[in-house]
Ligand binder design. Structure first.
Ligand SMILES: [Cu+2]
Length: 330
């Protein structure tokens, strides 16, 4: 597999999304087209590391694809400088055995599943084996391998301090300690976009009818800790990672309206596409306010909502769209 960190081949992402399956052998060939050494690593994937690649050199790594979940591939050289400056991408791993003992599909392999996460997936849909009245509609529909899944979105967060981007552009060396300790981000991005651009990006906005739950794979490549917050529905926080980068499915799945994304965090959350709970039965579906109902995701770290030192809301923000009620689904 050949890929380029800097290409725009995958839409707004800085690098292509790898969609692979647990247990397969994968060989990546990485060519360094820059004028300084770079490397390659996938935290949580044993053997997926090339410590250093000289300018103009191509090196390879072959590894067994790890457990189902969401991963970063990134440049570990001068960490976290080149990762934050843009040398990162996402690897989505389909689990080898995605079903729960009750036969419901999840993003996680059977031997890593938890009762708590399974209960969420088993409660989705009109024919739910757990709670048929809780989330009427469909179960979560897995689209493993689909490059443009309807029921999944990837959200990569990042931050930019232009002073360091200028140094990189001029070929000046950047000290990683200085980079971290003096970083004053002026731009905050979601999939490389911000503000209005992120709020209207079809690859970024979760969309669906009531009863069409969506998986959000949320990854923080930047330096700040973010606090994404979603209106309209609560999310279920499904997974995190351990110290070695392995995907860990949460035992206790908490329903949240805001969650924490520390630097390097990779967390999957489920957006149930439930009827917003503050709309009374008698007022649903609404007839004065037209569909789609648009709800924001914004970040509760307020600086991240700005650009260029104050332009609001041109930061890390997007919408999700409820296209219609269950009764209007085709
Ligand atoms: Cu809000």
């Amino acid at each position: 597999m050949l890929f380029y960190f800097a290409s725009d081949a995958d839409g707004g992402f800085a690098a292509p999304t790898l969609r692979v399956t647990q247990g397969d052998q994968l060989t990546v060939h990485v060519t360094n087209g820059a004028s300084e050494p770079h490397g390659f690593s996938i935290p949580g994937a044993a053997g997926a590391t090339i410590p250093s690649i000289a300018p103009g050199e191509t090196l390879s790594a072959t590894f067994t694809i790890p457990n189902g979940g969401s991963y970063f591939y990134l440049d570990p050289v001068n960490h976290p400088v080149f990762q934050v400056l843009g040398l990162h991408g996402v690897m989505v791993v389909a689990p080898a055995e995605p079903t729960t003992p009750a036969g419901v599909i999840t993003p996680y392999s059977r031997d890593r599943q938890t009762l708590g996460a399974n209960a969420v997936f088993e409660s989705l849909g009109t024919n739910s084996p757990q709670m048929p009245d809780k989330f009427p509609g469909d179960p979560w529909i897995a689209e493993f391998g689909n490059p443009a899944p309807k029921h999944e979105r990837i959200w990569v967060f990042n931050s930019i301090d232009p002073k360091f981007n200028l140094m990189a552009e001029l070929g000046q060396p950047i000290d990683s300690t200085e980079f971290v300790e003096t970083n004053l981000p002026r731009y905050f991005t979601l999939n490389g976009l911000s503000g209005f651009d992120a709020s209207f990006d079809e690859r970024t906005i979760p969309k669906g009818f009531e009863g069409e739950p969506s998986l959000l794979r949320v990854l923080n490549a930047g330096l700040p800790t973010f606090s994404p917050h979603i209106h309209g529905n609560h999310i279920f926080e499904l997974s995190t990672t351990n110290a070695t980068g392995e995907v860990v499915v949460n035992e206790n799945v908490i329903e949240r309206d805001t969650w924490t994304m520390a630097p390097g965090d990779r967390k999957d959350v489920l957006l149930p596409f439930d009827r917003p709970s503050d709309i009374p039965d008698a007022a649903w579906p609404p007839f004065e306010e037209p569909f789609p109902l648009k709800y924001p995701m914004h970040c509760h770290q307020e600086i991240s909502q700005t650009a260029g030192g104050g332009n609001y809301p041109q930061g890390l923000i997007t919408d999700w769209e409820l296209e219609g009620p269950l009764s209007a689904r085709s």
